[in-house]
Write a new protein. Structure first.
Length: 373
């Protein structure tokens, strides 16, 4: 093939936050907003990148791949570098990128780019690398070129998403199961705070370290333990002194509870117990805010505003935190009025205009028939 286009979506996560890098469960799904790349082989060894939305280009040679000061280019270069560890890229290529996944909204705009690029290069040169490995390569690109020690959830959802289904992924075994998402008269609505606090990625890496410190402490008593997935509250209480290590204790407590909550929420979903599912979303938010401390005033405000509204059965901050979106389950007939009220109160409090998205759940990354993007 000389040229092709690939589309890879952003994601939502219904429940199971900050559990992926702790060997826990997550419940993401791919959404309608996506990154699209068009690739065309060149006859020389040059790689020409062009970001349509920014009207910016970036050029380098296949032989001289290195991290760039151009932020968007790093998501692509990072993926190319992963291929180079495994295979020889035989020729250069043009790559045009376009995306409608909002940036900084917690919808994994970067994973969408990484996954689109990974699938596209694999197809263009017929490397035959399987999807699970491509997913891990996309995650590695984020670690090595974007500097965020992310878990596997975002790239997995973008690669393995299925229309109208959520995925229950066990991040320890990487086993996954699709569940049809039957929300009947409820919408999934994302409310975008329009802010992204600067400490988001550094705090993310700090949370990972705090969880690792917890494991190290627990290993003093339970030497074989590898992740928080294997820890019960009783073990935590036995091994970590709340007064000596208050932060580590809180982080671990949240993760242990969230892993259990996500498994229980999967049962709610199977049994169509939406109200119980929604209550767990609120509980997740409380944990993320009070124990894991990755929320912020704006996200807490949006959840508090809807918590006692009978038309909203569940809401919480979504993704890494420190800004981005809340995810809400809202009775369809009330969506417009709930959003309108939120827009007004948010404007009043934060002098910012909220943006909202009604989510549809779509397929994961794949070849895209149109060659012009
Ligand atoms: C970000 C990371 C994911 C996951 C979430 C929190 O989106 O990329 O791997 O850890 O935060 O659940």
């Amino acid at each position: 093939m000389q040229s092709l286009s690939v589309k890879a979506p952003g994601r939502i996560n219904l429940i199971g936050e900050h559990t992926d890098y702790n060997g826990g469960f997550v419940m993401p799904a791919a959404i309608q907003m996506a990154a699209t790349v068009h690739l065309e082989k060149r006859t020389d060894r040059e790689i020409h990148l062009f970001a349509e939305d920014l009207q910016e280009s970036y050029t380098f040679n296949v032989e001289t791949i290195s991290k760039s000061y151009t932020e968007w280019a790093n998501y692509i270069i990072g993926v190319i570098a992963q291929f180079q560890k495994l295979v020889t890229i035989p020729t250069g290529f043009h790559l045009r990128l376009k995306s409608n996944v909002p940036i900084g909204a917690g919808l994994s705009s970067s994973a969408a780019i990484e996954c689109a690029v990974a699938v596209a290069i694999n197809e263009l040169f017929a490397f035959g690398i399987d999807r699970m490995q491509l997913t891990k390569m996309a995650q590695k690109a984020e670690h090595e070129y974007a500097g965020v020690q992310c878990g596997i959830m975002d790239q997995f959802a973008s690669m393995f998403g299925k229309k109208d289904q959520v995925i229950l992924l066990d991040c320890q075994s990487m086993h996954y199961q699709y569940y049809p998402l039957v929300l009947e008269d409820y919408d999934i609505v994302l409310i975008d705070t329009q802010i992204k606090h600067a400490l988001a990625s550094s705090e993310y890496n700090t949370r990972r370290k705090e969880c690792e410190l917890g494991i190290l402490q627990i290993q003093k008593t339970y030497a074989s333990v590898q992740s928080l997935r294997e820890i019960t509250m009783a073990m935590l209480n036995e091994c970590i002194d709340q007064t000596a290590m208050p932060l580590v204790y809180k982080r671990c407590k949240y993760v242990i509870e969230e892993i259990e909550r996500t498994q229980a929420a999967a049962i709610d979903l199977q049994e169509n117990q939406l109200a119980a599912f929604g209550q767990k979303m609120f509980a997740t938010h409380d944990g993320l805010s009070a124990l894991y401390e990755v929320s912020c005033a704006e996200l807490d405000f949006l959840v508090k505003e809807v918590k006692h509204n009978p038309n909203v059965i569940g809401a919480r901050m979504m993704g890494g935190g420190f800004g981005g979106c809340t995810i809400n389950l809202i009775k369809k007939e009330a969506t417009a009025s709930v959003v309108q009220k939120l827009v007004a109160s948010y404007q009043n409090t934060y002098q910012k205009t909220l943006v909202h998205y009604i989510v549809s759940i779509e397929d994961g990354a794949g070849l895209f028939p149109s060659v012009s993007i």
